[in-house]
Design a protein around this ligand. Structure first.
Ligand code: GLN
Length: 284
């Protein structure tokens, strides 16, 4: 599998594309050489140094064995910004941008926002940067994930307060948030998708929900009323087949304006509701 016998950048790409997609090979070569796409293509006859060649080969071989591109590159784009990611955090997904959009529609300048299970921090940092006067708090159980989230907040200049612990555990009472958001683990234990693609390499604590997969969502919904200001919103991501169950949980917990929103693929992806009586005015 090793790329014996090549010297130039273009030979390296020709070798790599026989085992992984060409666009991924280009990303790895750009990373190794520290070059943009344009600079790489402009001089693809130039040779690689021995260490560049080794680094490139390693990335290609690891990718061929299934490791996610985002972990190999150490980064992923989310809501227009680049986030550092490591195997300690879930890789931010495009469908989670829906959660950010719905939260932004409901956040005001001074909103107090809580992000539960922040992982890479992508949701909390996006909200803090889009609403710079909002007071954003982000919680995660994993100290390693929090270190990644902190580094993202710092690198992107976002003002986010971080707390380590389980869901509402580290949030002091009486906390009154205007908005609680979460992309919790919600995949059912034993779901065959866990043995496919990127999910094999992601932290199961970020993927697999308690009980039937909905255990963490149940916990988040039940605890939200105590933490939300009247009229505050809870919004969370869930699986494509969990919309109905999530709306039932929200309704049973006394939420109003309960709704599920589809992602760009048309799949149920985010549900939420308002705490108690609907406020007199709400931004649409
Ligand atoms: N959307 C992810 C997937 O199934 C799961 C993310 C999560 O559990 N929060 O690929």
């Amino acid at each position: 599998m090793r790329g014996e016998g090549w010297k130039a950048r273009r030979d390296a790409l020709a070798w790599a594309r026989s085992i992984i997609p060409l666009f991924e090979a280009r990303l790895f070569l750009e990373k190794v050489l520290g070059l943009s796409r344009v600079a790489l293509m402009a001089h693809d006859e130039l040779p690689l140094s021995e260490s560049e060649r080794e680094a490139f080969e390693t990335l290609v071989v690891r990718r061929a064995a299934g490791e996610p591109v985002a972990y190999l590159l150490g980064q992923r784009e989310f809501y227009g910004r680049t986030y550092r990611v490591t195997p300690d955090v879930l890789i931010p997904r495009p469908e989670t941008e829906l959660l950010v959009e719905l939260a932004l529609e409901r956040a005001d300048a001074g909103s107090r926002v809580l992000d539960l299970g922040t992982g890479s921090g992508a949701v909390a940092v996006s909200l803090a940067l889009e609403k710079p006067d909002a007071e954003v708090t982000a919680v995660d159980l994993s100290p390693a994930a929090l270190a990644v989230a902190r580094s993202n907040a710092q690198a992107l200049g976002a003002r986010v307060g971080f707390l380590q612990g389980s869901w509402y555990g580290p949030v002091p009472l009486p906390a009154r948030f205007d908005l609680i958001v979460s992309n919790p683990p919600y995949v059912a234990p034993g779901d065959p998708h866990l043995a496919e693609g990127d999910l094999r390499f992601e932290p199961s604590s970020a993927l697999v929900g308690q009980d039937d997969g909905l255990g963490d969502i149940r916990f988040i919904v039940h605890g939200a009323a105590n933490r939300l200001a009247p009229g505050g919103w809870l919004l969370f991501e869930h699986g494509y087949d969990q919309g109905r169950a999530c709306r039932d949980l929200l309704t049973a917990a006394g939420f109003t304006e309960v709704q599920t929103w589809p992602d760009l693929a048309g799949m149920d992806r985010v549900s939420g509701g308002a705490c108690g009586q609907p406020p007199l005015t709400r931004k649409s």
